[in-house]
Write a protein that binds this ligand. Structure first.
Ligand code: ZN
Length: 247
């Protein structure tokens, strides 16, 4: 049950058709794992926190650097040198006292990923490299957890929603292995993509709208265009082809 204070806090989204107190209650029960507390992780966690997702866990292994501050909006000048998880937690706790949030300083790997996502209903990809994305994709598929992909480069961003055993996965979309590298990013780009991811997460939990499945949304901030590319489930995909198909 929602408290009178929660009904007031979330009034403007509860008013949305199809959302209601029932939708808000679903958000309150949801447990979302966010991989990364950087450029994507900052806005995605802020908006999910503000919307009242009941339980969240953020994983990140980095410390705040000066060159992060153009885009990683949870981290401020005073946080340089701090662990990102501490800096993120400190801000997020002040945003919404109704949400249970924890942060863990871990580098996501094959060895710890199962433990990191255990007990969580959704996984948000707020990472910055393909090897970690593949680990998350594989784990999400194996554990039947919806996975919300986002990625940015410069003025460009991409997003796609993956529902295990139903839709194309990240490995159906990408094949190569790109090395980890420092790449250009304008801070507003991850904000656009993270807000798309947060919208998808909320829609999935509440059960409204059409999800961004089997299609990759590509944002080009320089020409200010959104393009949609169809993504087909690859029958030979090494991550998802062995899973029994559910419709
Ligand atoms: Zn696949």
């Amino acid at each position: 049950m929602l408290t009178p204070e929660e009904v007031e806090r979330y009034e403007r989204q509860i008013m949305i058709e199809g959302f209601g107190e029932e939708g808000q209650e679903k958000l309150k029960q949801a447990k979302v794992f966010i991989a990364g507390a950087g450029g994507l992780g900052s806005p995605v966690s802020i908006y999910l926190m503000a919307a009242g997702v009941g339980t969240m866990r953020i994983a990140d292994h980095d410390r705040v650097e000066l060159s992060n501050l153009n885009r990683q909006t949870l981290h401020w000048d005073e946080d340089i040198g701090k662990r990102k998880v501490d800096s993120a937690l400190e801000k997020l706790k002040r945003l919404n006292k109704e949400v249970k949030i924890e942060a863990t300083e871990e580098t996501i790997s094959e060895a710890n990923v199962s433990q990191l996502v255990a007990g969580f209903d959704l996984i948000v990809d707020a990472t910055d490299n393909l090897p970690t994305r593949y680990i998350l994709n594989k784990t999400a598929l194996e554990k039947d957890i919806p996975f919300f992909h986002g990625a940015v480069y410069g003025f460009e961003g991409r997003a796609m929603t993956i529902i295990p055993s139903q839709t194309a996965c990240l490995k159906c979309l990408y094949h190569g292995v790109l090395p980890r590298e420092k790449f250009p990013v304008l801070g507003a780009t991850p904000a656009v993509i993270a807000c798309i991811q947060a919208t998808e997460v909320i829609k999935y939990i509440v059960g409204i709208g059409e999800l961004l499945t089997n299609r990759l949304l590509v944002f080009d901030g320089l020409d200010m265009k959104f393009t949609e590319l169809k993504v087909k489930k690859d029958p030979n995909c090494e991550h998802c082809s062995h899973l029994a198909r559910k419709e």
